[in-house]
Design a protein around this ligand. Structure first.
Ligand code: ZN
Length: 413
């Protein structure tokens, strides 16, 4: 078992074959959730899994689960999976690499007639990208119970077409109950989508955390007045106060390790050249992988808004309407053990983007395996990971799943 390796060329050919479905001229992929192209990619995945003897089931939000039996089939299985849908100008690797690494693990176990202690599960999650239907990670979020099934099936695209109708049309509106798979661990291999592994020259990122997010709506209420007749000391300039807060968002992010701060949306009223702005509404987005640091960043933003309101003698209303808690990946040690056994260079890392594994961590011990991608580019047709980089990730996935399967069998003896 120690010497077992995936087939690099087969993995690469599989990635390229899948990439042809919705393939773009610039070498990327356009395969939106619930489309005919989504159906083609799902059908191909299902046919590959069935060819290796898997039993395939589909749940009520269209997530696909292919199960390869093991020795003790009453024990919780070890799962892996990701998504096959892409952005409209997406690449061939985001999500797809995770699904097809799973297929490659499956084929490697099948070809070598390996009986694993527990069953192994290979999954495809519906609409991870959130491009055609919102939100992102819709299939996994609904599976774990974060979202209501009916609400999600009723979501429509820009043309008013329901997700539920599209899933039915393409043959992937299943009967299986949500959250019903008997899984003891879940792993997702994914390209990093950032530049860190490439910069640090590491083959594998052991993902310890998914970063937390806090979203705000901020409104500054000043007083509109004439820009030519109102002396500076008598102004209540909502834009000036807003600008200070925007600058402070940046400063807060820079003051804290791994902090990120963004203002990406702004409305100015009355938005007229010669009137001092009376009202400015804008978004704020703070992120950090550590909950305690993210809380400090939050408190600093609130305190700064109060200070600015006093200094400028105007009102600043801040509504912290969404908090996504940082995710801890509790099965990371399985990934680390496998990576070290295989001798790949590695580092601990955190996930900046959302992934299906972030939601699966609600239900089972979960781990993520990151591989480098060229120049850190993703959600772009130029997205690229080399055959060797992909193979390293799939080998780590293989041995991580074997490791976890043995551990689960031991725990239940
Ligand atoms: Zn993805």
């Amino acid at each position: 078992m120690q010497d077992l390796r995936i087939n690099e060329k087969r993995l690469w050919d599989t990635l390229m074959e899948m990439g042809d479905i919705g393939g773009t001229e610039k070498g990327g992929c356009n395969r939106l959730a619930g489309t005919d192209l989504d159906k083609q990619s799902r059908d191909l995945f299902v046919s590959w899994c069935k060819a290796c003897g898997c039993n395939v089931e589909v749940d009520k939000i269209g997530n696909i689960f292919a199960r390869r039996p093991g020795k003790y089939n009453d024990l919780p299985a070890v799962g892996t999976g990701s998504h096959l849908d892409t952005q409209p100008t997406g690449g061939k690797f985001d999500g797809v690499f995770g699904v097809l690494s799973g297929v490659e693990v499956l084929r490697t176990l099948h070809d070598n007639n390996i009986e694993t202690p527990t069953a192994m599960e290979f999954s495809v999650w519906t609409n991870e990208e959130g491009s055609r239907f919102q939100p992102a990670m819709q299939g996994s979020g609904t599976y774990v119970g974060r979202f209501d099934l009916e609400t999600e099936l009723n979501k429509t695209d820009v043309n008013g077409i329901r997700l539920g109708d599209e899933l039915e049309r393409i043959g992937y509106l299943g009967e299986m109950e949500l959250g019903s798979r008997n899984m003891g661990a879940f792993f997702e291999a994914h390209i990093e989508q950032g530049p860190i592994l490439e910069d640090e020259k590491k083959a594998i990122g052991i993902v310890r955390l998914g970063q937390g997010i806090r979203w705000y709506n901020i409104e500054v209420i000043g007083r509109p007045s004439h820009s030519g007749t109102t002396p500076m000391h008598l102004r209540k300039d909502a834009m000036l106060a807003a600008a200070s807060i925007v600058t402070e968002m940046n400063a807060i992010a820079l003051r804290h390790e791994n902090g990120l701060g963004t203002v990406g949306f702004m409305q100015v009223w009355p938005n007229s050249r010669n009137t001092i702005p009376g009202n400015v509404k804008f978004s704020a987005d703070l992120r950090n992988p550590r909950p305690d640091i993210l809380l400090t960043m939050h408190e600093e933003l609130i305190a700064f808004c109060e200070k600015i309101a006093k200094e400028h003698d105007l009102d600043v209303n801040i509504d912290p309407f969404w908090y996504f808690a940082p995710v801890e990946f509790n099965a990371s040690d399985d990934v680390k053990a496998a990576t070290e056994k295989l001798g790949y260079s590695h580092m601990d890392i955190y996930a900046g983007a959302g992934h299906d594994a972030c939601y699966m961590a609600d239900l089972v011990p979960t781990g993520m395996i990151f591989t480098p991608c060229l120049n850190g580019i993703s959600h772009n047709e130029a997205e690229y990971s080399s055959p060797e980089e992909c193979a390293a990730g799939a080998n780590v996935l293989l041995h991580t799943m074997l490791e976890a399967s043995e551990r689960i069998a031991k725990e239940h003896q």
